[in-house]
Design a protein around this ligand. Structure first.
Ligand code: ADP
Length: 178
């Protein structure tokens, strides 16, 4: 939005949705992937099941061409979205939660890097899951605080950021964080 005297202001809407990320009608959905990029449980499993084999094919090619050692934690990379309503899947690898080591910067990096990739793609709407808050064990309130704080502070052209929360507890945690 151009505001006389101030220049261009980037405005972002943050929305919370209770539901399934694979059903979101957005430009890009973020996948809570693991570094192998070859599929897993949780969000990752759901995206590959619903999106079909095209996504996995592209992931395999990315592994071979760029990420022989796997996608590093905190980074993000895009593929097409196969049969999902979205156009792209942005795969990011969250850190496994540790009670003895603060890995918050890596979790924040997942959101920042996903938005950076979204900007590169020209994606205006992006749906995020609660990265690291499932199999990777992150306490939901802390994961929500990092997710919301990082997305809110990001310099991005993404206009619609949507957190898609699978269950009541996750939704409530994100509501508190917002
Ligand atoms: P991680 O391995 O990064 O912890 P998970 O996929 O195990 O990621 O879980 C991340 C969060 O996503 C959890 O809160 C989980 O309940 C939720 N989740 C699982 N499946 C879906 C889905 N289809 N849509 C949205 N959220 C989901």
């Amino acid at each position: 939005r151009f505001v006389p005297g101030l220049g261009t202001i980037l405005c972002m809407n943050i929305t919370l949705v209770r539901g399934d990320i694979t059903e979101q009608d957005v430009d890009a959905v973020v996948n809570a992937a693991n570094s192998s990029l070859l599929g897993g449980g949780g969000v990752d499993g759901a995206i590959h099941r619903r999106g079909g084999p095209e996504i996995l094919d592209e992931c395999r090619k990315l592994r071979a061409s760029h990420y022989g050692g796997g996608l590093p934690t905190g980074q993000a990379v895009a593929t097409t979205a196969g049969r999902l309503p979205a156009r792209w899947v942005i795969h990011t690898v969250g850190p496994v939660y540790s009670a003895s080591e603060d890995r918050s910067d890596l979790l924040a990096s997942c959101y920042r890097e996903s938005l950076r990739v979204a900007d590169e793609l020209g994606a205006a709407s992006v749906a995020f899951p609660a990265v690291s808050a499932g199999i990777y064990g992150w306490p939901m309130d802390d994961a929500a605080r990092i997710a919301v704080g990082t997305v809110r502070a990001a310099q991005t052209k993404v206009a619609d950021a949507r957190f898609v929360l699978f269950d009541e507890d996750a939704y409530a945690a994100f509501e508190r964080a917002v």
